[in-house]
Design a protein. Structure first.
Length: 162
């Protein structure tokens, strides 16, 4: 319900801005121009942020973390024969989560390649902006999941060391 009301409010505001831009008084037209230039600045900033995140992905920021976790899990598994069965079960669950994150990472990288392969024009259409924003959201979610996995792995290591 709230989402619907926000959409209606956004459409109403956009309608007022467009109306004022074309049919408003000189002052209203000037205000609309300012708002549109600010929106252009926000879109540009989002584009730069997406580009920076893409560079981090290309540099292997998340691949390295997942590889390190894989090494840790392998070491735990070799030592786990001397540890409680619960630790082995939790280790299996963590390895499953790591595999899911790797799969998500591969899907995100494929999406980045699609966004990069899209025809580049001076004027970005709303679809490409939406795709870039979705990619950024997916990367943020992946980072949160990766941080959660690292915390859970830390807890497992502490429990295994007891």
């Amino acid at each position: 319900m709230i989402r619907f009301l926000l959409k209606i409010a956004a459409l109403l505001i956009a309608g007022i801005l467009v109306y004022n831009y074309f049919f408003g008084t000189n002052e209203e037209q000037e205000n609309s121009r300012k708002v549109f230039s600010q929106i252009r600045g926000v879109v540009s900033s989002v584009g730069q942020l997406v580009s920076a995140e893409k560079d981090k992905f290309d540099a292997g920021k998340y691949d390295a973390a997942l590889d390190k976790l894989g090494g840790v899990y392998k070491a735990i598994r070799t030592q786990a024969r001397h540890v409680d069965e619960k630790v082995i079960k939790r280790l299996g669950e963590l390895e499953g989560r790591k595999d899911e994150l790797e799969q998500e990472l591969n899907e995100i990288e494929a999406g980045d390649q699609q966004v990069a392969a899209a025809p580049k024009s001076k004027k970005k259409d709303s679809t490409s902006i939406a795709k870039a924003a979705d990619q950024l959201r997916r990367k943020e979610e992946l980072l949160r999941e990766l941080e959660s996995l690292v915390r859970d792995s830390d807890t497992l290591l502490q429990d295994a060391g007891k």
